[in-house]
Design a protein around this ligand. Structure first.
Ligand SMILES: [Zn+2]
Length: 502
């Protein structure tokens, strides 16, 4: 099979996503006051409502409605003043009342968008953006969001004694109703994505947004954020949509990307051989790197959806919506733009800092505590050194940035200092003094180190003299190591070149 980038030269992929997010930061379920927890013993957080006992009446969780309205405001959706809960019928033990409570044609949030910024390899797969690509290697495309609706999660089932956890071959099935009734928001995009890379970036950007809102931990590994992808292809220039297939439960960014890439290639092969693509739901098998058919697609008629008579139409007041709006914090893209404008950070560095609320909080605490000319160094430390740490305080980062900016220590030494103070209240400057890590500007001492290294590295010296100038990097590295990170790499570079000339 051809690879996806080749296929996308002839064919255009049309991709839409459905993203389910559990509102993990809430304390209780969607329609009852049972505790939300992933850790409790099975079937301990249950009551007549979430077990679907006859006569039990649901009461909506106001915190969950706040969360979905905040998600809608953050993605520029129109917040609907009136919406309804529906019953979506199906028969399966994971929902004991035999219907899921969800929303109908009108959801709390309708018609929004998320502006997707695509850089690097992803930018090469969308030919119509050639001009922008040439300008900055990136493009921005608004991905329309059809709706974000509220629904409840089903119970968790584990199928024992079969192959690959499939129910068809299992000897018994276990069920845990703790998850039943967990508030979920489902976001449905319009089919505006065109490449697997765009789909992956969209999920990342959405996750950053929801995390910043504090409505979910958005863990793909633990299943609190889950993604279905649908894709069809058409010849470039063709307006008509092809037949789409849907892939369920893509549980990592890589699975989402790879499953879409595989499916685009598979569909192209089918069509190029004169076949037809069937509308069906497919399952991604990461171990075999392929999709296989799960079932032919059901239509919404099969669910017999109708408004839930136990839940009155939902009216949101202006006051409620404005209260939610006031609680939406600054979002990652706005934050990134502000860092570029106010602190002169590189766009990529600003984006990386802004994408993680905890990292951004430390950065903002540090920048107000240091001199303006130290800020680029702060960004450097936060981008390159902070991700490897567990618990470093803003004061420690500020002190470290000062030491770096006034050339007291080298970057290599800074890494070691940060590892040492991580998780303690130690002062970086004290560590530097205790370990004798102050950068040496004593040229004679550095020359001695250079001479030692040149004697030890006779092979590289020969290579350099034969014309391989790149080994200088290796030699500088050896000098840094020999000086325990206290030598200045620029000075070492200069001294090495002088010595090697002779
Ligand atoms: Zn309950």
């Amino acid at each position: 099979m051809r690879n996806v980038r080749e296929v996308l030269r002839d064919w255009e992929a049309v991709i839409g996503l459905e993203v389910h997010t559990e509102l993990t930061t809430l304390k209780t379920k969607m329609f009852c006051d049972c505790r939300l927890s992933h850790d409790d013993p099975p079937n301990t957080n249950v009551c007549p409502v979430c077990l679907g006992m006859p006569g039990a009446l649901p009461v909506p969780n106001e915190r969950a409605i706040e969360a979905i309205v905040m998600a809608g405001i953050a993605t520029d959706c129109q917040i609907q003043r009136r919406s309804y809960f529906y019953r979506k019928h199906y028969f399966y033990p994971d929902m004991s009342k035999n219907y899921q409570t969800t929303q109908g044609p009108v959801a709390f949030c309708m018609h929004g968008h998320l502006d997707l910024e695509v850089t690097g390899q992803g930018a090469e797969e969308r030919p119509e953006f050639t001009v922008e690509k040439a300008a900055g290697g990136s493009y921005v495309v608004p991905i329309r969001i059809l709706r974000i609706h509220m629904e409840e999660d089903a119970a968790k089932m584990v199928h024992v004694g079969g192959t690959e956890g499939r129910i068809t071959s299992a000897s018994e099935s276990l069920i845990d109703y703790n998850r039943c009734g967990t508030p979920l928001i489902e976001l449905v995009t319009e089919p505006d994505l065109r490449t697997p890379e765009e789909a992956r970036l969209f999920m990342e950007q959405l996750r950053q947004t929801f995390r910043t809102l504090g409505i979910s931990d958005c863990s793909l590994e633990n299943g609190s954020m889950r993604c279905d992808g649908n894709v069809s292809i058409r010849r470039r220039g063709d307006e008509r949509l092809g037949t789409k297939t849907e892939m369920k439960n893509l549980n990592s960014f890589k699975a989402l990307h790879d499953a879409l890439a595989y499916e685009i290639c598979r569909q192209a092969e089918v069509l190029e051989e004169g076949g037809v693509v069937c509308q069906e739901t497919r399952h991604w098998e990461p171990s075999r790197r392929r999709t296989v058919v799960m079932r032919a697609k059901e239509t919404s008629d099969d669910y017999r959806m109708y408004p839930d008579p136990d839940l009155a139409p939902f009216d949101l007041s202006d006051e409620f919506i404005e209260r939610c709006r006031a609680r939406v914090p600054e979002l990652p893209l706005a934050k990134r733009d502000r860092y570029v404008a106010d602190y002169g950070l590189k766009r990529a560095d600003a984006a990386q800092i802004a994408s993680n609320p905890a990292v951004a909080a430390i950065f903002e605490e540090v920048v107000v505590a240091v001199a303006k000319d130290v800020i680029p160094t702060v960004a450097n430390v936060v981008v390159n050194l902070l991700p490897a740490t567990r618990a470093v305080t803003a004061a420690q980062v500020a002190s470290l940035a000062d030491l770096l900016a006034n050339n007291t220590i080298t970057f290599a030494a800074a890494r070691e200092v940060l590892e040492t103070v991580d998780g303690t209240d130690a002062n970086p400057e004290t560590v530097v003094d205790e370990r004798g890590m102050r950068q040496s500007t004593d040229t004679d001492a550095l020359k001695t180190t250079v001479d030692e290294v040149l004697i030890r590295c006779a092979d590289q010296v020969r290579q350099y003299r034969e014309g391989n100038r790149r080994v200088i990097g290796f030699l500088v590295g050896q000098c840094m190591k020999a000086s325990h990170g206290t030598g200045n790499p620029k000075l070492f570079n200069q001294l090495l070149r002088e010595r090697l000339k002779g």
